[in-house]
Design a protein around this ligand. Structure first.
Ligand code: GLC
Length: 740
């Protein structure tokens, strides 16, 4: 439709119909018995039949047949035949589950992240998605927060900007009505990743300068990439819930960042402003939200039940409603839904395209780049398949390796490590035993109970656990090497999965301790959604391969890396803390007045643990051996118009081929505000043949030196800087230069 036709349509709408467009319900409202996925506190919204058939969108209804059925049911009773929008959480893939976002970010490869977004968009678009509630670009620093698993950027704003822009572009292409393109929804606006003590939905409080310096860049990059939607977050910003925060939505997002798209609240967040104590009652919650500028009320009855009354009391509010509805109608128009309310759903295409072998092959390749080799003593990896291997641990025959947001993917169909090892290793060289469960029933039942799902009971659990470890030891005795699959349960990370203790489960640590007594090399494959505290196993094992929740092709991808077909190349985007007591921890921290540079009591340190992380940002080993030397700057001074060329020589002193992520950090040695000890300002993922030498070059310009000052100006200040180059944020070569 032409825009003037959209405006004509708006003018035909009754106030009830307009308000309906601003309400989003779970799709099961139209499917009755066929309850779809819920991602928040599901409750009956008690919407009138009239309002229900006026709503503008539904969430998490997927599958061509189901989407068409809902659209037909809805349109059959819609006066103006304005089609529903289908919005979904395709967080790490639809039917093909890809690695969880934190893993994708560890690839440090924009092409990997783009390709995953493209395949996810195609699969979900054919299955009915018009909008994807992704990318989640919240900067994160606290591993106690379960949603770090969703953060594509981890603790770094530079990565955040690059990934945010590229995922939005990959989802949307040049025309969101095209097959395989979907509207993106950048979330969660804003700073949701900074919840105090890592407790979900908790308070966020920081200076605007800190927000602009670290948290805003990734949101801005998504907006600059023309993201169609934004989602407000559950937390407060400067004392006011983001969802009713006029400074955030009107002054920053709309005016300063120029966002013209649709703003949706998070699940029930408008109603929750009452619980926050920021809205007196439901009517005030509606007034606060419409005045702040939220266009769609996700899964609460606030707009549905109160906007009409407020509009009748204040004409100005109806103008705001008109603006919101116009944005929503324009989005539907861009998606082509007025011409074809079914979008690009296609039952035949769905059968042919979804989970197709080419994409599964590609998914395996992409997945391999997300693994991070944390330890590899005596080059125990890659494995020689002719040695006697004993595969042990709760993940050796468990396909639930796709993470908590992969609710549309069938976990039961995934290959397990055991399945794939069996194809790879002669039976006489392969033995296996579970050794222990992921969690003891006491732990898993806390999670199941909170979900309202049936709990588990095991008679003589302790006895059985001991027996299980004993059997595993017996089997392992006759092997040369132990491959130990450990980690979190997938329900321990994601939304509402905060944990005060980020150690491996006690029963798994006991298994490690017992196997350690056999004095055989142990290779750990780690499945988790957050950095874990590995102190209690790290010195008992010879290798640790961090695979996060690797998705549908995880078992195949892991096996090929373990046996050396592919060299691991991932690098951490989030520091691994020594333990939960060290959270939040991040590499781009300030120096403090007493940096812990030597052994002395009165410094910024702990009495009981080291100050530095267990594994730092940017860290990841390879089967290759990369040697950095000869860092050169072509000049020692720049001004606002000139640049410095930086070059470094890197040798792959090994027989393996593989990628290295060469990282460039800059430190502003002093400023009008304190400056971080270093900031990532560039990286290159370079391929090396065995024994290959390369010169890698970067350019430094004034843009890389800018920061938000006390007056909230984005400036660079003259003075001395350091440039660091290395394969992580700690082991680097360094040089100095000056901005004049
Ligand atoms: C959830 C999440 C958000 C998700 C939305 C819809 O509560 O906070 O990330 O997209 O609701 O499921």
């Amino acid at each position: 439709m032409k825009d003037r036709e959209i405006i004509e349509l708006l003018n035909k709408m009754t106030l009830e119909e307009k308000i309906g467009q601003m309400v989003q319900v779970a799709g099961d409202a139209f499917l009755q018995a066929d309850i779809n996925v819920t991602t928040g506190p599901l409750k009956n919204l008690e919407l009138s039949e009239e309002m229900l058939y006026n709503v503008g969108s539904v969430l998490n209804v997927m599958g061509s047949k189901r989407v068409r059925k809902v659209q037909d049911e809805y349109l059959s009773k819609s006066r103006l035949k304005i089609p529903l929008l289908f919005m979904d959480d395709v967080i790490n893939g639809y039917k093909i589950a890809f690695p969880i976002p934190i893993a994708q970010g560890c690839s440090w490869n924009v092409d990997v992240v783009r390709k995953i977004a493209q395949i996810s968009a195609m699969e979900s678009n054919i299955a009915g998605a018009n909008v994807n509630f992704s990318p989640m670009v919240d900067l994160v620093r606290d591993a106690r927060w379960g949603r770090v698993m969703e953060s594509i950027e981890g603790e770094d704003p530079y990565l955040g900007q690059i990934y945010s822009k590229n995922i939005v572009q990959a989802y949307q292409g040049n025309n969101i009505s095209q097959l395989g393109q979907i509207a993106s929804c950048v979330k969660h606006i804003a700073a949701y990743g900074a919840v105090e003590s890592g407790r979900d939905y908790n308070t966020v409080d920081m200076s605007e300068r800190e927000f602009r310096q670290y948290y805003m860049p990734a949101y801005k990059a998504g907006i600059d990439a023309n993201a169609e939607m934004l989602m407000t977050s559950f937390n407060i910003i400067n004392g006011i819930p983001a969802t009713i925060n006029k400074w955030l939505i009107q002054d920053l997002v709309r005016k300063e960042l120029g966002f013209k798209g649709v703003i949706i609240s998070d699940y029930g967040a408008i109603e929750e402003t009452i619980a926050h104590g920021a809205s007196k009652d439901e009517k005030e919650a509606a007034l606060n939200a419409i005045n702040a500028g939220v266009d769609i009320d996700m899964m609460s009855r606030i707009y549905a039940n109160y906007l009409k009354e407020i509009c009748l009391e204040n004409k100005e509010i109806e103008n705001k409603v008109n603006e919101s509805v116009l944005r929503i109608l324009r989005l539907k128009n861009k998606l082509g839904l007025f011409e074809n309310p079914y979008g690009n759903t296609d039952i035949e295409k769905e059968k042919k395209y979804i989970m197709n072998s080419d994409n599964l092959k590609e998914a395996k390749r992409l997945t391999q780049e997300t693994f991070v080799l944390l330890k590899n003593e005596n080059n125990i990896l890659p494995l020689n398949k002719n040695r006697k291997i004993c595969l042990i641990g709760p993940y050796m025959d468990n396909g639930a390796i796709t993470g908590s947001w992969s609710m549309f993917s069938d976990r039961a169909k995934n290959n397990t490590i055991l399945d794939i090892f069996r194809n790879r290793v002669k039976s006489e060289n392969l033995s296996y035993a579970k050794g222990t469960e992921i969690l003891r029933t006491e732990e898993i039942n806390k999670i199941l109970k909170a979900d309202g799902t049936p709990t588990i009971h095991i008679d003589n659990e302790q006895e059985k656990e001991k027996q299980s470890i004993k059997e595993a030891k017996e089997i392992a005795k006759n092997s040369d090497i132990i491959v130990l699959t450990l980690g979190e349960h997938y329900k321990q990370s994601g939304e509402a999965c905060s944990r005060s203790n980020i150690n491996l489960p006690e029963n798994q640590v006991e298994l490690v301790n017992e196997l350690y007594k056999l004095n055989k090399p142990i290779v750990v494959i780690l499945f988790n959604g957050r950095p874990l505290s590995l102190n209690n196993i790290e010195n008992k094992v010879d290798a640790i391969l961090e695979v996060w929740f690797p998705g549908t092709t995880g078992a195949e991808a892991i096996t090929e890396v373990i046996f050396g077909d592919v060299t691991p190349s991932g690098k951490l985007t989030m520091s691994f803390p020594q333990n939960a007591g060290q959270c939040p921890i991040y590499y781009n921290h300030y120096k403090t007045g007493r940096p812990h540079t030597h052994d002395f009591r009165y410094l910024s340190r702990y009495q009981d643990i080291p100050t530095q992380s267990l594994y730092p940002f940017g860290y990841g080993l390879s089967y290759c051996k990369f040697k950095y030397r000869n860092l050169q700057l072509n000049k020692k001074q720049i001004d606002k118009n000139t640049t410095i060329k930086v070059s470094v020589e890197i040798e792959n002193a090994s027989d393996y081929e593989g990628y290295e992520v060469v990282q460039l950090y800059i430190q502003d040695l002093y400023g009008s505000v304190v400056r971080p000890v270093k900031e990532l300002k560039g990286f290159k993922k370079e391929y090396f043949k065995p024994h290959e030498n390369k010169i890698i070059e970067f350019k430094i310009d004034i843009e890389m030196l800018k920061f938000w000052n006390e007056k909230l100006q984005y400036v660079a200040e003259k003075g001395e800087f350091k440039v660091y180059i290395g394969g992580d944020s700690v082991k680097t070569l360094e040089e100095t230069f000056e901005l004049v």
